[in-house]
Design a protein around this ligand. Structure first.
Ligand SMILES: [Zn+2]
Ligand SMILES: [Zn+2]
Length: 225
């Protein structure tokens, strides 16, 4: 297949890889994390003890900063289906970064289950694949963790782009449901998505999982906006 579709660096067009070594060196692994409940800084990415409530997400981890070449990579991955095998490069980047984070390691030892953030069926049909699921599948393989795809998008939501925090939360309210043929009682889970901005999507999805009995839920995203 490489013969028919040679790979080019998404950033500089050099032939060979989707991310050439030179462009790779400009990727920033320096991500500043926030508490997803109050959106203030949280050094370890965990929800502040004082912000924890029954259905609140427990924290989130991100691999790289959402800027420069990472923006281009994710854009190509999401909107150019013929580049869907860009997945392997992104999963590699995702895995290599998070595995080095100490708190992630601790949670990883609890053997959590991976759950991708779903797309609405209409958008899934038009795009042909759920990019978050592709990332989750790749990570599940590398981390040797179980994956279940049990969240449903029950209604179409507007793009979160340009919305204020309060509007984002409103936009996502009751946007998810759990496919109840899956049992998640007392399960620890990682919600997998591509980009973390304010965390409204992760928080809303975590709430549904916890209402259905999940024990602890953390977000796991490739990039931090
Ligand atoms: Zn390059
Ligand atoms: Zn907080």
């Amino acid at each position: 297949m490489d013969f028919v579709f040679p790979k080019y660096c998404v950033n500089c067009r050099r032939r060979g890889e989707y991310i050439c070594a030179n462009c790779f060196s400009f990727i920033s692994f320096d991500v500043s994390m926030i508490c997803l409940a109050c959106n203030r800084p949280s050094l370890d990415g965990l929800t502040h003890p004082g912000c924890r409530t029954k259905y609140a997400i427990d924290g989130a981890f991100c691999a790289v900063a959402y800027k420069g070449i990472v923006k281009k990579l994710i854009y190509n991955f999401k909107y150019k289906p013929y580049l869907a095998d860009l997945k392997n490069s992104l999963v590699e980047l995702f895995y290599e970064s998070i595995i080095q984070q100490e708190i992630f390691q601790k949670i990883y030892n609890l053997n959590p289950t991976l759950m991708p953030i779903p797309l609405h069926s209409k958008r899934l049909r038009s795009r042909g694949y759920n990019h978050s699921k592709l990332l989750a599948e790749g990570l599940a393989g590398k981390l040797n963790l179980k994956l279940i795809d049990a969240l449903l998008r029950t209604r179409e939501t507007k793009s979160q782009f340009g919305l204020k925090l309060k509007e984002r939360k409103e936009n996502l309210k009751d946007a998810f449901a759990l496919n109840t043929k899956y049992k998640i009682l007392n399960t620890n889970m990682f919600l997998v998505d591509d980009i973390l901005t304010t965390g409204s999507t992760l928080s809303e999805a975590a709430k549904i999982l916890k209402r259905n009995g999940a024990k602890k839920v953390w977000g796991l995203t490739l990039a931090r906006d």
